[in-house]
Design a protein around this ligand. Sequence first.
Ligand code: ZLM
Ligand code: ZN
Length: 392
Amino acid sequence: EFGIQRPKGYTVSYHAQPEMEKHHFGQTHPMKPWRLTLTKSLVTAYGMPFAMDNYITREATYEELNAFHSSDYLDYLVSAAPEDQPADDNPDKEVRFNLGGSDCPLFHGLYNYCSMSAGTSLDAARKICSGQSDIAIAWGGGLHHAKKSEASGFCYINDIVLAILQLLRIYPRILYIDIDVHHGDGVEEAFFSTDRVMTVSFHKYQPDYFFPGTGGLDDNGPKSEHNPGAHHSINVPLNDGITDEQYEWLFKTVITAVNEHYRPSAIAMQCGADSLAGDRLGRFNLRVQGHGACVRFCKSLGLPMILFGGGGYTPRNVARAWAYETSIAIGADDRIPETIPEHAPWREHFIHDTLFPTLEQSMNEPRHNRNSEKRLREIVQHINEQLRFVSH
Ligand code: ZLM
Ligand code: ZN
């Protein structure tokens, strides 16, 4: 199909669980697990499964989730029932664990959904650890806001933290990169006190107006002399309307410097697609090509890598970005036809038949770009100063 072949010299694995995609957060909730089905169908229509090892993953076990999450929290998640069913007699715990509100509703099959998401990311991590995969893809993961004992921002279980804990069994230093439009606060916080994980998050930053409100340039982890993790959290706070050109420049500049100072042994990359233009919750002007260029750049570093999903609230664009990034992983991005295949399921759902819609096709009016060149240079300078504290 389209001359797409197995990459020579390295292996890509694709980890998914179709049952996960059947879950619903509620009728108008922005998070739609169905976007994963749309992604897989586009990947398949392009013939990409022939070029990868494809796994349907099992659910993560309670013990596996317990490697990061507290037992009280997990016990409640196991027993919690959606509002339209009885047994919802535990308002105290719902408040304590931030469950049952509009961001993190209790829905039917919630625990299964969580354990499947975590299962895909854990399987991806294990394939990287065993050396059976060089790049492992887990679009069902990437739920970067979940805390040890708290749900947050549509995330209940932090599959990324669980996957990185697996990688740490084998690899001395992990670089976590997050290109979701929201700050990767849960992953950052989980590794605040270790220098074996460096986190770098690119996101919209506007405290009090944009979720979660953390991730300023100066938020680099608790700076105590006794904390080896000090200086190992990097944040790239951005404003509305950033373009491909600016984002790619920042990304390559920052990641090149981080790679030289930190010398990671593996990469965990969250590819939230809500940083694309036209996203229901996003604010940026990124195109599928610009988002994908970040993945291509990380691949070029030649390290074992996991690609996680994350946010993404305009499903047709989520599917475009993650299908394109799958083609980058297998090295077929130079061959993939721009026109969405005739036989692709839900083809009319894409509105425009191209993999690469223009900004005008993605949104009625592109957002005003509020990122000055001067500010971007200041950000880079600040990060270069911070990196002087980091050397391996
Ligand atoms: N209200 N329904 C990104 C997580 C973003 C917190 C303000 C809820 C929404 C949003 C939910 C159907 C990732 C906040 C928002 C309205 C308190 C957020 C349910 C619309 C709806 O229509 C909606 C009734 C809902 C939620 C919008 N929530 C937009 N932004 C953020 C969380 C997650 O992409 O980073 C990774 C997967 N929450 O701003 C409020 C403060 C709840
Ligand atoms: Zn997001």
